[in-house]
Design a protein around this ligand. Sequence first.
Ligand SMILES: Cc1cc2nc3c(=O)[nH]c(=O)nc-3n(C[C@H](O)[C@H](O)[C@H](O)COP(=O)(O)OP(=O)(O)OC[C@H]3O[C@@H](n4cnc5c(N)ncnc54)[C@H](O)[C@@H]3O)c2cc1C
Length: 337
Amino acid sequence: MEIIENASLKSLNTFGVNATAKYLSHIRNLQDIEALFEWKSNNDLPNLILGGGSNLLFKQNYEGLVAKVDLLGKDIANEDEEAVYVSAAGGENWHDFVMWTIQQGFAGLENLSLIPGCVGAAPIQNIGAYGVELSNTFHTLQTVNLENGDVQEFSKEHCQFGYRESFFKSQTLDKLLITSVTFRLPKKPEWHVNYAGLREALAGEILSAEVISKAVISERSSKLPDPTILGNAGSFFKNPVLPVVEWEVLKANHENLPGFPQAHSEEVKTSAGWLIDQAGWKGYRAGDAGVSDKHALVIVNHANATGAELWQIAEEIMKSVEDKFGIRLEPEPRVIS
Ligand SMILES: Cc1cc2nc3c(=O)[nH]c(=O)nc-3n(C[C@H](O)[C@H](O)[C@H](O)COP(=O)(O)OP(=O)(O)OC[C@H]3O[C@@H](n4cnc5c(N)ncnc54)[C@H](O)[C@@H]3O)c2cc1C
């Protein structure tokens, strides 16, 4: 395992923040994982597991070892009467993997097309889009424990998936390295096309995984800034989930407040983007840090904003939304400080 000292992380995070890592290594195979384990036992410094860097904000330089997961490989692991099981290594690009499943004639991941990042990070926040979450088709994942070298397999019931949540996000960050993930893709697909935007785009179409994926890609490209052109980490805040009673009180004062009743609970999800827009932040800019003029939920780096400058805007947004609506927004990306 080669270790690079004082490495720039600019090209390794989609915000394009020019932070550095004291040490950086690329994890390409089992030997590299063993070497990382060894390094950890001999050094009293923290480590950070990095995928595509699309759900992170480096608020400052990282004074430890960043382990960039570059494990590659994907295959059809198994098949039964009802489903095929496909696996991909943690460093595979998520969108390329989705496209590969569609090319094989499999359905189930099409709504999650064009989400940036790697396969190994996808379970961390149970990625979701257009009415579908990773947990819908998740089967198992494999991890290596960087503290004791143990290899473990997790089935769905042990992952504690929730809205942008999992056991790995709440309990084991930087300790369990996800080496591969397996999905169960049903042979009789169930299409999810009732999401606003998608429904209209697909009206009258004969549905297939490919057709839905193309519509998702087109919708996403028209709404979200491309991180290769304008640095961002997608939605910067989670959509707040409120008790029905609280949501109704707010709705009485703000008649256009969006609300999506949550299945099996007395809760309503509202739109963080709507709240931020109403608080006047869309298109805001301070130096190179700002808020997208396309989507109020997306904080952007116009060129050379620092992580601290981007985080300052996030804090100001949280304060102003709380002052106006009494709701404390929760950041979605991991803030590294
Ligand atoms: C333009 C844009 C649009 C987006 N749209 C969506 C969306 O629609 N839905 C959605 O859910 N997200 C979305 N995101 C957020 C992001 O793409 C996802 O969260 C993605 O899964 C992050 O993957 P990554 O490889 O970049 O993870 P990173 O940002 O590198 O890491 C995220 C977290 O996962 C951990 N991690 C990474 N790899 C591993 C591993 N192999 N083992 C253990 N831990 C690991 C890291 O330590 C970190 O805590 C978007 C981001 C952008 C920039």
